[in-house]
Design a protein around this ligand. Structure first.
Ligand SMILES: Cc1cc2nc3c(=O)[nH]c(=O)nc-3n(C[C@H](O)[C@H](O)[C@H](O)COP(=O)(O)OP(=O)(O)OC[C@H]3O[C@@H](n4cnc5c(N)ncnc54)[C@H](O)[C@@H]3O)c2cc1C
Length: 559
């Protein structure tokens, strides 16, 4: 039974040329050279939802309909006629298909298995552009219509629900959401799967698997996010972390013919993925959301053949002999000739539940000219008592009406420069509030109110303030390295010229040459992006470092 819950199939909605382009005869001929031509008959299923590593089909005659099956019903998503092709981004990753492709009119198709399809998009730039664009736009539409293989049952007041939502969203996976607090019919669904409200969040995965408050790793496993990792294969390069730095390294390494594995604890995009709009990244004059940038970079890395593994992070680096190995969960060891550490940093954040809701919409981690313009003439909060907080307070006080500087301890940090302390004390627009911490944030699309508590008196004050700057520093994700590479006193990784002679002696640097620019104290192990000591914490520098590291990887592979 086909239930047309979409107003019209996507192929009939407006602006579909990019989503469902019609290939020219010349383009079809080039594809045919890679595949086989075969006839199709009505009712034949060319690709089933849930199947992995599906072939790619170009319709040359007849019609193929794309439906999203759900229990006994189906939603008609699209209809492909002559010149059109099947597939969306899952075809690159080899993940299970979200939809079924079934022949509705007899005719003929060109069929390419996944290997040949990948070879085609890597070598034919014109077709690659058309197909990649269509795949990305199709995935965006599936997300917009919640046409996926996941139903999330939860409550917006439950942190587990927010975590699962964030994980699915950041991984670009479509899902439908049932809110326990709003949907009266939800009990019927819960009864059907024998779950209680106490089990939330509940993830109903691929139709019938019920996961009660699952970890991100369990969700990734159920949705088939990852292909199996071959422990016997020694990779040219293993990249740890899929933020902008790691993804850039993956794109360059894979496009230059290296055998690449990327390990990511959470979701592609890293910190940048949580930014609602990045306005200063070159080439995007109207800005781009971190999610869109990450999604494109992830697709690009896969197009070139990088193997990206999600929700499986590095637990340890085995560095005592070559080849090095990265140990991940389940005692799996991945051997590598070279390693790129791109694990970034995490900003210290106050433990306020809905903080992430306002990141980029009233909550900022840097005070540049751009943010200063946003809060011109308004009251702002700067959290932190160190140099970066002091600089931010003094800078923002030039344009803001008032700067409330909130410090958890009983004064500014001893490490703060004397000149900054004097400027803060002498500036009437800056109000220093010691022993004070943020306790609540409120607003809808943007931050509107901030509450803070004075630890001395216990008093809570509420203020109509729309901008807070969290300047409490970033913690590098280097705990898992366990002494393998030299770190600076704050835990960031030293590379190239940052490594002193003493560092190299202590690390028993074995080579006659000094470390390359982004090389750590361990030959063939590189660090890029926010995790690196001295890095400028910006998307562009992370991407730049990730890409240039690959030229040094080539050199290290020849050492
Ligand atoms: C809210 C926000 C807004 C921002 N806005 C801008 C902006 O507008 N413009 C700009 O230029 N910069 C911006 N930045 C800064 C920019 O996002 C960072 O400089 C950039 O993301 C750093 O990239 P990275 O790849 O080095 O590290 P990250 O982005 O931190 O990525 C590191 C990745 O490694 C993963 N990881 C960590 N440990 C492990 C492990 N053990 N195993 C496997 N994976 C691991 C993490 O999950 C993460 O995905 C913003 C940052 C934030 C937080």
């Amino acid at each position: 039974m086909t239930d047309r819950t979409l107003p019209v199939p996507l192929t009939q909605s407006s602006g579909t040329e990019r989503m469902f382009p019609k290939l020219t005869a010349a383009q079809i001929k080039r594809i045919a050279a890679h595949g086989r031509v075969r006839s199709i008959r009505p009712g034949e299923v060319l690709a089933e939802a849930g199947e992995q590593a599906l072939p790619f089909f170009v319709v040359t005659a007849g019609e193929v309909e794309i439906v999203r099956p759900s229990g006994t019903t189906e939603t008609l998503v699209a209809v492909h006629g002559p010149g059109q092709f099947t597939g969306e981004v899952n075809m690159l990753s080899g993940r299970p298909a979200l939809v079924r492709a079934r022949v509705s009119e007899p005719g003929e198709v060109i069929e390419l298995d996944r290997e040949r399809f990948l070879a085609l998009v890597q070598t034919d730039s014109e077709l690659s552009e058309i197909i990649m664009r269509a795949f990305i736009v199709r995935r965006v539409e599936l997300i917009a219509h919640g046409l996926g293989d996941v139903v999330l049952v939860g409550s917006n007041h439950c942190s587990g629900t927010l975590r699962v939502k964030e994980f699915l969203t950041r991984n670009g996976h479509p899902y439908s959401y049932i809110d326990l607090d709003r949907d009266a019919d939800v009990q019927v669904l819960l009864d059907r799967f024998h779950v209680t409200a106490a089990d939330v969040p509940v993830v109903i995965c691929r139709g019938d698997v019920v996961l009660r408050n699952p970890t991100n790793q369990q969700i990734a496993a159920c949705l088939g996010f990852n292909e199996a990792i071959d422990e016997t294969q020694i990779r040219d390069v293993v990249i740890v972390g899929a933020g902008p730095a790691g993804l850039a390294a993956a794109v360059y390494a894979a496009s230059e013919g290296l055998d690449v594995l990327v390990l990511e604890t959470n979701a592609p995009g890293g910190q940048a993925g949580s930014s609602s709009k990045i306005e200063n990244y070159l080439g995007f004059p109207t800005g781009i959301s971190g999610q869109a940038l990450a999604g494109r970079a992830y697709t690009q890395a896969q197009k070139f053949g990088a193997h990206v593994v999600i929700a499986r992070g590095a637990k340890q680096l085995a560095c005592d002999h070559k080849p090095y190995a990265i140990e991940i969960d389940d005692n799996l060891r991945v051997p590598a000739r070279t390693i790129i550490i791109a694990t970034g940093a995490a900003y210290r954040k106050p433990s306020v539940e809905n903080l992430s809701q306002f990141e980029g919409a009233g909550v900022y981690y840097g005070a540049t000219f751009m943010e200063a313009q946003l809060c011109r003439g308004e009251e702002v909060v700067v959290v932190g008592g160190g140099n970066s907080a002091g600089q931010a307070a003094v800078f923002l006080a030039q344009t803001a009406k008032r700067v409330h500087m909130l410090v958890r301890s009983n004064g500014l940090a001893e490490s703060m420069s004397r000149y900054l302390i004097r400027r803060i004390e002498q500036n009437p627009a800056i109000v220093l509030r010691t022993n004070t911490e943020i306790v609540a944030l409120e607003g809808s699309d943007h931050l509107e109110r901030v509450s803070w508590r004075d630890a001395g008196t216990g008093d809570i004050e509420n203020h109509y303030i729309r901008h807070i700057f969290l300047m409490t520093g970033a913690v590098p994700s280097t705990q898992w390295l366990d002494g393998c590479v030299a770190l600076d006193p704050k835990g960031f990784i030293k590379t190239g010229p940052e490594l002193s002679q003493d560092d190299l002696v202590a690390a028993h640097w074995p080579l006659a040459r000094p470390p390359h620019l982004l090389e750590t104290s361990l030959p063939g192990v590189f660090a890029v992006g926010d995790v690196r000591c001295g890095n400028i914490k910006r998307v562009a520098s992370a991407v730049g470092e990730g890409s240039i590291a690959i030229s040094f990887v080539h050199k290290a592979l020849h050492d």
